[in-house]
Design a protein around this ligand. Structure first.
Ligand SMILES: [Zn+2]
Length: 153
C-alpha cells in the first residue's frame, strides 16, 4: 500500500512537472529544422524567439517584384506588393499570404504582442501589429534573416 502511494506521488510529480514546463519549451518541440544550413543566428531567431538587430537586414532595401519565403522550409509567406518601409528597421508587410502563418499571444518583455510563426514548419518570424498603412491595417514586422527573397522572372 505504501509502495503504491509512492508510485502515485511519483506519477503525480511527473505530471505536475510537465504542466509547469514553460509553454515555450513545449512549443519549441513542435518546430522542425528543414534547412540544415541555417546559421546560428537564424536558428536563434526562428527557434528561440530571438530578434535580429534593427536596420541590419539587407532586405530593407529590397524593392524588386517577387516573393518572400520561409528561410527554414521555403513556404511562400509574402508577396512583394505587401512590402513597405515602416521605418522600424525590420522588413515590414501589410499582409501575408492567406494561411502562411499561425499566431499566438506573446507576453515576453512585459508587453502583450502577437507573435507569428510559419504555419508549415513552426519557425518564429516576427510580430504583427495593428498600425499598418494598408487596407488590412496590419504591420507584419519580420526578421529579415527568416526570409528568402525570390525575384520574379
Ligand atoms: Zn517555414
Amino acid at each position: 500500500m505504501i509502495l503504491k502511494k509512492r508510485k502515485f506521488l511519483k506519477l503525480l510529480s511527473y505530471s505536475l512537472l510537465f504542466f509547469c514546463l514553460p509553454i515555450k519549451t513545449i512549443y519549441a518541440t513542435t518546430k522542425k529544422i528543414f534547412n540544415q544550413n541555417l546559421s546560428n543566428q537564424q536558428k536563434d531567431i526562428m527557434f528561440n524567439q530571438g530578434t535580429e538587430r534593427a536596420f541590419t537586414s539587407s532586405l530593407l532595401s529590397e524593392n524588386r517584384k517577387g516573393t518572400y519565403h520561409c528561410a527554414n522550409c521555403g513556404a511562400l509567406l509574402f508577396d512583394s506588393s505587401a512590402k513597405y518601409d515602416s521605418g522600424t528597421g525590420w522588413p515590414s508587410f501589410t499582409e501575408a499570404v492567406p494561411g502562411a502563418f499561425n499566431t499566438k499571444v506573446d507576453y515576453s518583455f512585459g508587453m502583450k504582442r502577437i507573435e507569428y510563426h510559419c504555419a508549415n514548419c513552426g519557425a518564429h518570424h516576427g510580430h504583427v501589429f495593428v498600425d499598418g498603412p494598408g487596407k488590412t491595417g496590419k504591420r507584419f514586422c519580420n526578421n529579415g534573416l527568416c526570409l528568402i527573397f525570390k525575384p520574379s522572372q
